[in-house]
Ligand binder design. Structure first.
Ligand SMILES: Nc1ncnc2c1ncn2[C@@H]1O[C@H](COP(=O)(O)OP(=O)(O)OP(=O)(O)O)[C@@H](O)[C@H]1O
Ligand SMILES: [Mg+2]
Length: 463
């Protein structure tokens, strides 16, 4: 019969991973003396700027600077955002890194200063030391009573735990039973139960059980049976940001808002209360401040109110390191009629350490293209890479990077395993770069709407 399927369709399941513009950046690529390696951690060239960023990082990690601001200034596509990403990667888990584009401030349902305050507080960590009580021992036996009548009756049970010195039987409630089952805990496992939260973590299998290799995978971790008492006090340290504390404590929001991302405005009384509490903890030695990094990209999009806010906020005791980036030259400060370098008011500029990024050499372009081909899993012939590099020097690094993907798709259409010159040139003719597009606009301007510019007024797009 036509149209009737007799075999199930088998679809290949392929892993889908999106590759972002900066996914190849894994750090700043510096050596121990903070010298920039030629090619390392996905970074190429731009050595002075990377080194400068590395010096700043060291100062941050040593906790030496707070309330400073750094400006990354340079032409489009010279790696400013990439360097900021590299800093974030190099900072490690503990130090908060908050990132925003200045333009985001204008699309939020809260005031600009509230949004900036939240961004600042996302970049400040509080390292909190807490003592918790835990029960740690090797599981001797788990006994779960099945209720005689199947139905809603809650399960109950017992777990026997031991250390090298003692053995105790604990009663289990429904929730504990569920988490024991979820963690697949069985006799012979060494577990820790957090008394306050009831959270169970499996620490490994007891060495005493290393001989029964029935149900063990190769990844099984063996640990000693704990010594001493079953109940212990343990110090745990964790870092949360001030913003997270704000949100959790703002009654109208609740911590679920952290997951929704929709936190709304937070009342200033809440913040004052929290700052007071944190100061108390610091005095009692229960907490430390971990100043992190706030990165504001495209900082020329901030307006004069935001700039004043920044000036003041940087002088606050609890200020993070602020890193801003811009590709603008001398231009109007948003919200005023005044011009200033980078569109940033002089009083703020004066507080900034400036790191400059410079255009790439042909050789560096070639290396970045190499890295991107690898990152995107694209096989490309040397000739094609050469052409792409030429295109990059004539147009821009970004444009050349875009052509990697489109050339790859074109090569795939002709079932080639490798991208060759013809694919790159096809791609080059399909997608115009800014220069050619501008040329076209100048020639055919009469046919476009809102056309105001005369050909003689168009400045060459130097980048
Ligand atoms: N030194 C570098 N090493 C490796 N990749 C780089 C380097 N510099 C830039 N890139 C990559 O080139 C692309 C463009 O760089 P990036 O976005 O950082 O430029 P930018 O200076 O922020 O430009 P804009 O001013 O337009 O924001 C990105 O995909 C980036 O990851
Ligand atoms: Mg950028």
């Amino acid at each position: 019969m036509a149209g009737v399927k007799t075999t199930p369709e088998i679809k290949e399941i392929t892993k889908i991973e999106r590759i972002g513009a900066h996914s190849h950046i894994r750090g700043l690529g510096l050596d121990d003396t903070l010298e920039a390696r030629a090619v390392s951690q996905g970074m190429v060239g731009q050595k002075e700027a990377r080194r400068a960023a590395g010096v700043i990082l060291k100062m941050i990690q040593a906790g030496q600077i707070a309330g400073r601001a750094i400006l990354l200034a340079g032409q489009p596509g010279t790696g400013k955002t990439a360097i900021a990403m590299g800093m974030a990667k190099a900072l490690g888990e503990e130090t908060p890194f908050a990132m925003m584009a200045a333009s985001e401030l204008f699309s939020l349902e809260m005031s600009k200063t509230e949004a900036l305050t939240q961004a600042f507080r996302k970049a400040i960590g509080v390292r909190i030391k807490e003592e918790t009580e835990i029960i740690e021992g090797e599981v001797v036996e788990i006994e779960i009573d099945r209720p005689a009548t199947t139905g809603s009756a809650a399960k109950t049970g017992k777990v026997t735990l031991k250390t090298t010195e003692m053995e105790t039987i604990y009663d289990l409630g429904q929730k504990m039973i569920e988490s024991l089952q979820k963690e697949k805990v069985q006799a012979g496992d060494v577990i820790a139960i957090d008394k306050a939260s009831g959270r169970i973590s499996k620490l490994g299998r007891s060495f005493a059980r290393s001989r029964d290799y029935d149900a063990m995978g190769p990844a099984t971790k063996f640990v000693q049976c704990p010594e001493g008492e079953l109940q212990k006090r343990k110090e745990v340290v964790h870092v949360v940001t001030l913003h997270e504390i704000d949100v959790i404590n703002s009654r109208s929001q609740g911590f679920l808002a952290l997951f929704a991302g929709d936190t709304g405005e937070i009342r200033s009384e809440v913040r004052e209360q929290i700052d007071g509490k944190v100061a108390e903890w610091r005095e009692e030695g229960k907490a430390d401040i971990v100043p992190g990094v706030l990165f504001i990209d495209e900082v020329h999009m901030l307006d004069i109110e935001c700039f004043s806010f920044l000036n003041r906020a940087l002088e606050n005791d609890l200020a993070p390191i602020v890193v801003v980036a811009t590709n603008r030259g001398i231009t109007k400060i948003r919200g005023t009629n005044y011009k200033s370098p980078h569109g940033i008011p002089i009083d703020l500029l004066d507080r900034l350490l400036i790191i400059q990024t410079k255009p790439y050499s042909e050789e560096e372009l070639r290396l970045i293209i190499d890295i991107r081909c690898e990152e995107e899993d694209v096989e490309m012939s040397d000739d094609a890479k050469e052409l792409l590099t030429k295109i990059g020097t004539e147009t821009s690094l970004r444009y050349a990077m875009q052509l990697i993907t489109s050339s790859y798709l074109i090569a795939k259409r002709r079932k080639a395993a490798e991208v060759d010159i013809e694919d790159v040139s096809k791609s080059y003719s399909l997608f115009v770069d800014v220069k050619r597009s501008t040329q076209f606009l100048i020639e055919y301007q009469d046919q476009y709407m809102f056309n105001e510019i005369k050909a003689s007024e168009v400045q060459p797009m130097e980048s």
